[in-house]
Design a protein around this ligand. Structure first.
Ligand code: ADP
Length: 321
């Protein structure tokens, strides 16, 4: 293999730039030509493909977002459009493609490999940590640290007024951001989409916390459960007295300079991805399990059932009492 390309697709995540940099520089070091594709699968279809050099990725390791831009590309679901993408790559003589993205982007990478033989390698880049085959995805650690910093700030003001605070964080189907930020921030309650929540029990807990003299009560709420304002109303209807404040963190969770962990993952994932292509492999994804960088068949990785760390969840609540 002489020529490979890299793209970012789907939701952006801090650390994507660091991964683009790692893939680009390691590929060049290994004697490959490396091409960037603009705006994910949209650029692949529209032939927005350009050669990169070491300087193309200067000064980006510390930046959130993605210099290659990203997109959601409806057409790519259709085989006809994927064929155009494959032909565009072929015209450049590009045989390998590194796709940095989430679950949806990986499905596209799988189809491109299965239908047209493009050797795709997926790097998990998503803040949600919702890919089962890997313990962590690129961007998750940075996002959790952003949420932690918000919890710290909110705790200061809530403690001064003896208030209950509901903090709504991202996570429509996956509660990992809420869980990890909750345990790290010492939250009293964590509500996640994976587990049912008992309104009466939550009201009882808040009242108990008030009685035993807790000066603040932080509830970390994953957006997939309900909106913060809706939960506030439920608590009030359930009989919680006193001030309840809500904060929805929103898009600040997506941006920001990547943490050390995400930069390290970006480097390790990027190097493994290029090495797999050099070995002539495709249709695989890289990840990390038990602190080891791993790679798996993309179809098998996508088929793995989601698992939520209920043990960690129980510990988080024990420590928050
Ligand atoms: P993420 O990669 O962050 O999960 P999306 O789910 O929006 O983001 O997926 C990103 C892109 O991947 C989509 O816009 C589409 O181009 C492509 N994609 C998603 N699902 C499929 C699929 N089943 N088959 C082919 N391509 C897909």
């Amino acid at each position: 293999m002489r020529k490979i390309a890299v793209l970012t697709s789907g939701g952006d995540a801090p650390g994507m730039n660091a991964a683009i940099r790692a893939v680009t520089r390691y590929a060049i070091e290994q004697g490959l030509e490396i091409y960037g594709v603009e705006r994910g699968y949209t650029g692949l279809i529209n032939n927005k493909i350009f050669q990169m050099n070491r300087r193309s990725v200067s000064d980006i390791i510390q930046r959130g977002g993605t210099i290659l831009k990203t997109s959601r590309c409806e057409e790519f679901i259709q085989k006809d459009y994927r064929q155009i993408a494959a032909e565009n790559l072929e015209a450049y003589g590009i045989e390998g493609l590194v796709v940095i993205g989430g679950d949806g982007s990986f499905r596209g990478a799988k189809d491109l490999f299965v239908d047209f033989g493009v050797k795709t390698i997926g790097i998990p880049g998503t803040i949600d940590n919702d890919l089962s085959y890997t313990d962590f995805t690129l961007g998750f650690d940075t996002t959790v640290n952003t949420v932690l910093s918000a919890i710290n700030n909110l705790r200061d003001t809530m403690t001064s007024h003896d208030r209950v605070c509901i903090i709504e964080v991202m996570g429509r189907k996956c509660g990992d951001i809420a869980l990890y930020a909750g345990i790290g921030g010492g939250a009293e309650s964590i509500l996640v989409p994976e587990l049912p929540f008992d309104e009466k029990e939550l009201v009882r807990k808040i009242k108990t916390n008030q009685r035993i003299g807790k000066t603040s009560d932080i509830i970390v709420l994953a957006e997939g459960v309900c909106k913060a304002e809706a939960l506030k109303q439920k608590l009030k209807d359930g009989g919680v007295t006193g001030s309840i404040k809500t904060t929805t963190l929103g898009y600040i969770q997506r941006g920001g300079t990547p943490s050390m962990q995400d930069r390290l993952l970006a480097a390790e994932f990027g190097i493994r991805a290029v090495n797999l292509l050099i070995e002539g492999k495709g249709g695989r994804v890289v990840g990390i399990r038990n602190n080891q960088i791993v790679d798996d068949d993309i179809s098998e990785a996508l088929a793995m059932p989601r698992k939520f760390n209920e043990e960690l969840y129980k510990y988080a609540l024990t420590l928050g009492k």
